[in-house]
Design a protein around this ligand. Structure first.
Ligand code: FAD
Length: 468
């Protein structure tokens, strides 16, 4: 999206096709117009706090433009609980498909008409003396008393550099670019990674009749249904999704662990890679090397499948214990034996000749990183993760929203973002300024290219690299 669209900024700027934001001041600037930024805006509007939401593309961009055609939510619709706008469609236990999710977000926007500047990218965020902020955008520079960064949990598609070793003849995509099987050239496909995206994309290709090779990783899995209900419903009753990160001893491990794979497609079902193998999908260990048109896999397929199943079975154990402790009347359910077990040959590293296997494309389902280099403030830890407590950063007046496990499992998802935004609006209201503050820039991080900060505003500026 190139042209900016500014709408409904009361008392400041007229609606304009190509607005400039120079000189605009708001009590709060929210950066990012996904579900997190919009939820923040809802709460700010609720408290009567003037603000503007800057969105580089269109509101809901991630759901519109970075999901495949057959995408459906993995979480049930009833977990879509944006502030003042819970899912109220006819299928609360179902799973919205991509276009329905976009429609849900559009209706949320229409329900309260947030002050939204679309097509405006925040390019720099700096602190000013006096504690306010300057936000440099591609449509001018504005200032704010407080800033909420809601730029998404999954920002920068991450493709390992080993990809450069594939022959030029191979079509390569990151999962964020994958749309449908027809987008890929004829031939077999290698999908790398078995997180939520990789396992669902492998299934999408498999259902379309494509020959699929799948390099597995250590992602866990969860069953869709157990003992008469969606596992998400049981886990919700058990308090899993509202348990605060502060209640875990291994915060870092919890925060950075891979999501469980399962699908909401066609009403929801398990993703069982063993069943795919029975149906002809070629499973491998992790991708370990690429050279001379040959791909090398590690010998950990058995461990990867066993590990994923162990997590799924462990979740069922915890559901059983919950049911037993409360005497809940739930139907019994047999545990399933593995439908396919890799032979001993899979325990050794193996090689695959891409041409001989007919592989013409690779889908890298290898996750996302974050790029916070535009935030020129010393608030990041050694991994580039912002230091914060429930989204309140160590820089007064600066907040984050929508981070994975910002506070709970639901933080980076539809289910928990409203509660996190409500927490932040409380902080914002509590610390809200009522008086104007002194002007002037104050460098807090990085290395300006001149010794005088005001001199180098149009120069290249080297910020500390914070992408993880
Ligand atoms: C494949 C996949 C499947 C998922 N499935 C589910 C699911 O089933 N259920 C669930 O609850 N969650 C799911 N999620 C997680 C989560 O709900 C989504 O990632 C969601 O998009 C997060 O919303 P957000 O508003 O925090 O961030 P985003 O949707 O990423 O929005 C951030 C916005 O900020 C904008 N932006 C970024 N940088 C700037 C800048 N510098 N200036 C201005 N604007 C900027 C972007 O354009 C974007 O629109 C899934 C995520 C992925 C990747």
């Amino acid at each position: 999206m190139s042209a900016a669209r500014l709408r409904l900024v009361p008392d400041a700027l007229p609606e304009a096709d190509d607005p400039r934001l120079d000189g605009l001041h708001r009590s709060v600037v929210v950066v990012g117009g996904g579900q997190a930024g919009l939820s923040m805006s809802w709460w700010l509007a609720d408290r009567g706090i003037d603000h503007v939401v800057l969105e580089a593309d269109r509101a809901g961009h991630e759901w519109r433009d970075r999901r495949w055609d057959s995408f459906s939510l993995v979480t049930p619709n009833w977990q879509c609980a944006l502030p003042g706008f819970p899912y109220d469609g006819g299928d609360p236990d179902g799973f919205m498909v991509r276009d329905e999710i976009v429609e849900y977000l559009e209706k949320f926007v229409a329900s309260f008409e947030p002050p939204l500047a679309e097509g405006v990218r925040a390019e720099r965020l700096r602190a000013r003396t006096g504690g306010t902020f300057e936000i440099v955008t591609d449509h001018g520079t504005l200032t704010a008393d407080q800033v909420v960064v809601a730029t998404g949990p999954y920002q920068v598609p991450r493709t390992p550099r080993i990809a450069e070793r594939l022959p030029d003849s191979i079509t390569q995509l990151h999962s964020s670019e994958y749309r449908n099987p027809d987008q890929l050239p004829e031939g077999a496909v290698l999908v790398v990674g078995t997180g939520q995206s990789g396992s669902q994309i492998a299934e999408d290709l498999h259902l379309a009749g494509r020959t699929v090779h799948l390099a597995t990783g250590t992602a866990p899995r969860v069953a869709r249904f157990y003992r008469g209900r969606d596992c998400v419903a049981w886990l919700s009753d058990m308090g899993t999704y509202t348990k605060g990160i502060d209640q875990f001893s291994d915060t870092e491990a919890v925060r950075h662990k891979t999501n469980h794979y399962v699908t909401g497609r066609d009403g929801g079902r398990d993703i069982d890679l063993r069943a795919f193998a029975l149906e002809g999908m070629a499973l491998h260990g992790r991708l370990a090397g690429i050279a001379d048109g040959r791909v090398r896999f590690g010998g950990e397929l058995r461990a990867n499948l066993d590990g994923a199943d162990a997590v799924s079975e462990g979740i069922k154990d915890s559901i059983d214990a919950w049911i037993a402790a409360r005497g809940i009347d739930a139907p019994a359910e047999e545990r399933r034996a593995p439908v396919w077990i890799p032979g001993p040959e899979y325990d050794e590293p193996s090689e695959l000749d891409l041409a001989a296997a007919g592989i013409t494309s690779v889908v890298w389902s290898t996750g996302y990183g974050r790029d916070n280099r535009w935030i020129e403030l010393p608030i990041f830890d050694g991994r580039g993760y912002p230091t914060h407590d429930r989204g309140v950063s160590s820089q007064p007046g600066l907040y984050f929203l929508g981070l994975p496990w910002q506070h709970t499992w639901g933080s980076g998802r539809f289910s928990g973002v409203a509660a996190d935004a409500e927490h932040l609006v409380g902080e914002i209201a509590r610390t809200r300024r009522t008086t104007a503050v002194a002007d002037g820039l104050h460098w807090l991080a990085g290395t300006p290219s001149s010794t005088h900060p005001l001199d180098d505003r149009d120069e290249d500026w080297v910020a500390p690299r914070t992408a993880s």
